[in-house]
Design a binder for this molecule. Structure first.
Ligand code: SF4
Length: 408
């Protein structure tokens, strides 16, 4: 009797929204070395702030749910212990801050010894503002945080002789999901005895207003929220090699909303919100980038006019000067972005995701068939990404390679 052989393992490739989509769009070759080759970046400090601020906001929400501590929170008593906890968690994963970003906790846990200089370190200043400015309005609206969502799609351009599978999986982690009732939103400008700024901003958004109008009074709806440890990106990019982060972030939220809609307990998703938390305390590098955007006409006329004084302060600021005193409204407006959710845009974003997956799969298959890594994956990125890239010394497309040293 002939025993049947075990069938080949059936594997569905899994793609994550941030780890794969955003990273592949930054540079295909860098993505290959970092993600598929599982080579961690040699300077993990680049990843540190994003992970730190996500951890701080998540932990602050947990503590607020348990203790309902009134805002504003005191930095030394309420916020510093959270920073310390998150910093230690990140250190265990080999992620360390720059000395100028955060008071380093392995050397001294005594908050009494902290001085004003330590308090003003960049990551601490941003954590404090993020909690006291946005946490105050956001935490009362949160339904769940760090929610894992997954979905499955047909493999784009499936070919049974070439493709690895006829499906692929998408996954992502939603930072925050809020759930609200229509009638409560309409009455609401008063939540927990203060005006909720997030609801106020949403109620001024035309598309959101229409969704509310078209809905039944007692219905629930959801809003997807994502924190970004970065400045607000420009709406367009001049350099064709650079990733358009403005578009990629929108695509990320739209894909999240499709994934969420696949879950049984999902309600209608009315909007997405991205918080660009660096805008609350911009660094020198952020200010230089805003100056560059102004020079390249990447800021719209309406915003330039509305915040004329703030933009003037940024324009006149020199790298060695103290940071300009920007108005609170300017910082608030730049730190929040509303994404409108509708079926058409969701379909478009899923098509773009399929396209990215197709390109990754093609590069992978070419490499598996013997093509050299640098031929199978496109090496294309903006100058800043290349300058910070670990692979620049041997990447054939990079102009920032250190000059070869020739012995005379
Ligand atoms: S040097 Fe630039 S083009 Fe080359 S892998 Fe790095 S980011 Fe990509």
């Amino acid at each position: 009797m002939k025993l049947p052989s075990r069938s080949k393992a059936y594997m569905i490739p899994e793609y994550s929204l941030t780890g794969d989509l955003l990273s592949f769009l930054t540079c295909n070759l860098q993505y290959r070395y970092q993600n598929k080759g599982t080579l961690p970046p040699s300077k993990p400090v680049q990843r540190w702030f994003g992970e730190f601020i996500h951890g701080v906001m998540e932990e602050a929400f947990i503590q607020w749910s348990q203790n309902k501590t009134e805002f504003p929170w005191d930095w030394k008593n309420d916020i510093r212990p959270i920073e310390d906890l998150i910093d230690l968690r990140l250190q265990a994963r080999g992620l360390y801050p720059h000395d100028e970003d955060l008071f380093f906790s392995t050397t001294n846990h005594e908050v009494e010894n902290l001085n004003e200089h330590d308090h003003k370190k960049l990551a601490s200043a941003r954590a404090e503002k993020a909690i006291n400015i946005w946490g105050k309005h956001l935490f009362p609206l949160i339904d769940s945080s760090e929610l894992l969502i997954k979905g499955i799609r047909d493999m784009p351009q499936y070919d049974e002789n070439r493709s690895r599978s006829n499906y692929y999986g998408i996954n992502g982690v939603v930072d925050v999901l809020t759930s609200m009732k229509i009638n409560k939103t309409l009455e609401q400008s008063n939540l927990d005895n203060y005006n909720n700024k997030i609801i106020e901003i949403l109620k001024k958004n035309e598309s959101f207003k229409q969704r509310i109008k078209d809905s039944e009074d007692g219905d629930d709806y959801e809003i997807i929220i994502d924190y970004k440890g970065m400045k607000r990106p420009p709406i367009e990019v001049k350099n064709p090699k650079a990733e358009n982060k403005w578009e990629s972030h929108k695509q990320q939220i739209l894909t999240y909303s499709w994934l969420r809609s696949q879950q049984e307990d999902a309600k209608s998703i009315f909007a997405g919100i991205i918080f660009y938390l660096n805008e609350l305390v911009p660094s020198k590098e952020d200010l230089l980038l805003i100056q560059e955007e102004m020079e390249n006409n990447l800021i719209d006329e309406k915003t330039l006019k509305k915040y004329e004084n703030d933009f003037k302060l940024i324009e006149n600021w020199q790298e060695d000067d103290k940071a300009p005193e920007l108005s609170e409204e300017f910082k608030l407006e730049r730190s929040i972005r509303i994404i409108n959710i509708n079926e058409e845009e969701i379909d478009e974003s899923l098509e773009k995701f399929d396209e990215v997956v197709y390109n990754i799969e093609e590069s992978l298959i070419n490499e598996m068939k013997g093509c050299k890594i640098q031929d199978a994956w496109k090496a294309e990125a903006d100058e800043r990404t290349c300058t910070a890239c670990d692979f620049k010394t041997f990447c054939k497309n990079n102009k920032n390679k250190p000059k070869e040293f020739k012995i005379p």
